[in-house]
Design a protein around this ligand. Structure first.
Ligand SMILES: Cc1ncc(COP(=O)(O)O)c(C=O)c1O
Length: 376
């Protein structure tokens, strides 16, 4: 593609109000990041990592290779085991990011004659993984058990031995609502389907010690695989896929996003280890966060899709409208980003507001006041 055609495509995006641009961090109040518990900015975590790394000096700064070549260590293998234990899973495999993990899993596990049934709001990383895979893929309506059930029945023709995989998120990244996981697990049991749960936005936030929704509901045995990411509430980087020992070995052999990339360096893994050590004791942060969530929910009521998670949305239809409101809020000192179509369906454009343990009651209160004025 020549440069002028690249420019034409960019101009077209701009015309449609969909041009993406990078922004640097600002002094605005953070209502945008995934740092739900404030771990990424925690001086306690920072010091813990610093102390750990100075007491356990690595031989190498970088990992120097992929896990299958020079990049493996007993440190990463022990870390995988301890995270798997924390989440009550038999085994775990660390990937460089949640994106890599989903790409790896969905591209190599479901086979040509299999079916992946996925919630229509599923994350782009799962969509991209499915695109790279060979299985048939079918979406069901968001959180709609009847639709999912109907599609499982029609996929389960007598004599058809195909595997069916169901892909859901504990907390959906654009609406902040939860999957009805118990009911979904029952459906999977009834139709012998393999449940895959992306816990990216539940990790650290939901359940005792922030272990996630699956642990909270005691559904570990009902899951074929679970994803926990380290880049959101844990304030670090990377991700782990939890499942059986066989699944771990299979991914080591077939997940290309695991095989063909340099492994995470020691300091990234040490940060994850330290963050996991702090997580069970972060109840005060989780209480503070839940307080902000309640405050927002009570004040905004019907003006937002129902969410009991840190992700709260205010629907403002139309890309131009939602951009204008977001710019106004940024001008007033609140870092809030618009989510445009086609990332969300047309008419469902929204402000995506992420609440944090470190957002004060007053900060949330004055944001709510402005929002109420805008949407009145
Ligand atoms: C639901 C979900 N899954 C996976 C990912 C990818 O995780 P990571 O940021 O670690 O690549 C994200 C991140 O945006 C997400 O929201």
């Amino acid at each position: 593609m020549r440069e002028d055609s690249l420019r034409r495509r960019l101009d077209k995006r701009k015309e449609l109000g969909m041009l993406r641009t990078l922004k640097v961090h600002s002094e605005m109040v953070d209502f945008c990041s995934n740092d739900y518990l404030g771990f990424a900015r925690s001086p306690i975590l920072y010091k813990k990592i610093e102390d750990y790394c100075s007491q356990n000096r690595p031989r190498l700064a970088g990992s120097t290779g992929s896990r299958l070549l020079a990049g493996n260590s007993t440190f990463v293998e022990e870390l995988e085991k301890s995270i798997a234990r924390f989440h009550k899973a038999p085994s775990g495999l660390i990937f460089n990011s949640g994106y890599d993990a989903n790409i790896g899993l969905f591209s190599c596990v479901p086979q040509r004659n299999d079916l992946v049934l996925y919630d229509e709001y599923i994350h782009a990383s799962i969509c991209d993984g499915m695109r790279l895979g060979k299985a048939e893929t079918v979406s069901f309506r968001h959180n709609d058990l009847e639709d999912a059930g109907r599609k499982m029945i029609s996929a389960r023709n007598p004599g058809n031995k195909r595997d069916i995989f169901i892909a859901v998120e504990s907390v959906y990244s654009m609406d902040g609502d939860r999957v009805p996981l118990q009911e979904m697990a029952k459906l999977c049991e009834r139709y012998n389907a393999k449940l895959i749960v992306d816990e990216a936005h539940a990790t650290g936030v939901i359940g005792a010690g922030g272990a996630g929704l699956v642990n909270d509901l005691g559904l570990e045995e009902a899951c074929f695989a679970r994803l926990h990411t380290f880049g959101k509430a844990l304030g670090c980087h990377g991700a782990i896929l939890l499942g059986s020992d066989v699944l771990r070995n299979y991914l080591i052999n077939f997940a290309r996003s695991f095989i063909y990339t340099t492994a995470l360096p020691y300091h990234a893994l040490a940060s994850v280890k330290c963050a996991y050590e702090l997580l069970p004791g972060a109840d005060k942060d989780r209480m503070e966060l839940n307080d902000r969530i309640r405050q927002f929910g009570e004040a905004m009521g019907v003006h937002r899709p129902l969410s009991t998670s840190p992700i709260q949305c205010v629907i403002i239809p139309g890309n131009e409208n939602v951009i204008a409101v977001a710019l106004q809020l940024q001008h007033d000192g609140y870092d809030i980003r618009p989510i445009l179509s086609p990332t969300v369906p047309r008419g469902k454009e929204r402000l995506r507001i992420c609440l944090h343990a470190f957002n004060t009651r007053e900060e949330a209160g004055s944001l709510i006041e402005i929002l109420q004025r805008i949407i009145r």
